[in-house]
Design a protein around this ligand. Sequence first.
Ligand code: FEO
Ligand code: CA
Ligand code: CA
Ligand code: CA
Length: 568
Amino acid sequence: GKGHGRRDKLIDFEDVTIAQATADQSMPTISSDYEYQAFIPWGTPIEPGVVAEYAGDPSTRPTPEEAALQVGIGHDGMHFFPERSAHHKYGKGSSCHKGMLAVNHEYGGNQHVLGKPSPTSLTDVRLMQNVMGVSVIAIEKRYRSWEVVASPNTRRITANTPMAFSGPVAGSEYLDNPAGNIPLGTINNCGSGATPWGTYLTCEENFNGYFGTNNPAWSPSASQARYGFAAGGFGYDWHSFDKRFDLGDEDYANECNRFGWIVEIDPYDATQMPVKRTALGRFKHEAIAIGECRNGRIAAYMGDDQADDYCYRYVSDKSWKQAIADGESPLDHGTLYVARFNSDFTGEWLELSIDNPALAGHFASQAELLVNTRLAADIVGATPMDRPEWTTVARDGSVFWTLTNNSGRTAPNAANPQAPNSDGHIIRTKDTDDFLGDSFTWEIFLLASSTRGTPGVFTDPDAAFVDPEGRLFIGTDGGQPDGLQDQVVVLDTSEDDPKPRRLLVGVRNDELTGWAHTPDYRTAFVNVQHPGDGNPALTSFPAPFNGTTIPRDATLIITRKDNGVVGS
Ligand code: FEO
Ligand code: CA
Ligand code: CA
Ligand code: CA
């Protein structure tokens, strides 16, 4: 029953029912114990008054200049950085009503953003480039609602923002172009992470899709082929108007190597140039989760989201505080590993370094190895996985990995036991020696198609976040059971047979992704991405359905009606 004893259970909200969630799929449906505020849809001014809002009028579009002052599209990974007081050197603010929100903008389709299937001018391409990247905005709760407020730290980072490189690949020939152009931009910013020192990490995922060429003489190198570069790209057609993205233009021969990295952003300093941290490897970075080891070193867990690609870990050489005291970044000096899962529920972290005898003969330098991280991981014998998406580190040091699906799998392995795997699964790993060992143990936490023989509540796990009390929040991306749209479900990780609880269901053709919270865990943030796939006939979200307003990606700010911890 309700009332007394309610707080004894880790998760005790009323699930969204199938009937509730399917009654009107033009708007999200949340548990009756919760409420949400739709916030910062695509086109919102990043500060009050700096530009008009783009509100989804199909007869007009923002200019590229306007888009660079508006919240972008494709809301994905994000983090709330509470307002920092002068006493807190590393950003451990505690405000639950004011702070900086960093939000990734993964992508928007040509039809959604431009209203046509392909760009027809450089102006169109600039608009597409300016709706991507990251928004860093100041937000404050006033009375019962959150608002965007002015701040010197506000900024938009786009596909054309100047970038710095650091780590072993910085300054190497692999990043130089004959054109001599400086590094610009971050693209396809999927998931995210945050560091213990108060910075934001944004992950470049499907970067290959923005490159292409009309040059019939071009064919991919082995490296380009391994990363999926192709003449047609994903159909964005930037290369027809912006040579930087033309694979067949010799002047920009290495531009493609400038993407596929994790980028560090200081949310409290809009003058900081974002830094691509090359020691973390180059692949289709989904997201990153950092654990702190007993001696203050950090271990970072990262997935490469492609069918039959890998799970990675990075361990810093020094404690993060010592590295910063020495004027270094903890993300520049460390070791990258890739996972091999053994059938006896043990695993190995295989070192991706030029010092590894298995790799020394294959690459001339650590820089060449890191540019070709996937090729190095192939050589050492990593285990091909069912599309590694998000990672999250629990208080007990275990790491949850979402494997979203792999319908093309024909050869099962111990850690990917279903062939094909159309619904995905979640693995829990635990490193030996408090994140520092070169081995780990693992288990299948659950198969999304079922939990211990019960038909599944959800499929296609993607976004993941585990709170300090052990609630695991999963955002889905893919066809759900029972006619449902994508969902956020919550699981109690202490249960042997975890029962997914349905907290939130999205709108037609969307995806629910990203997860952030205030320091008290009583306010959470989750993104509605590509609502209706941009089609106004399916939803007008966040506006009430009217059949014509273009739906816009937006953040939902979630609270319990009784102000309890989100997920309880
Ligand atoms: Fe951008 Fe793998 O999701
Ligand atoms: Ca994802
Ligand atoms: Ca996905
Ligand atoms: Ca997505």
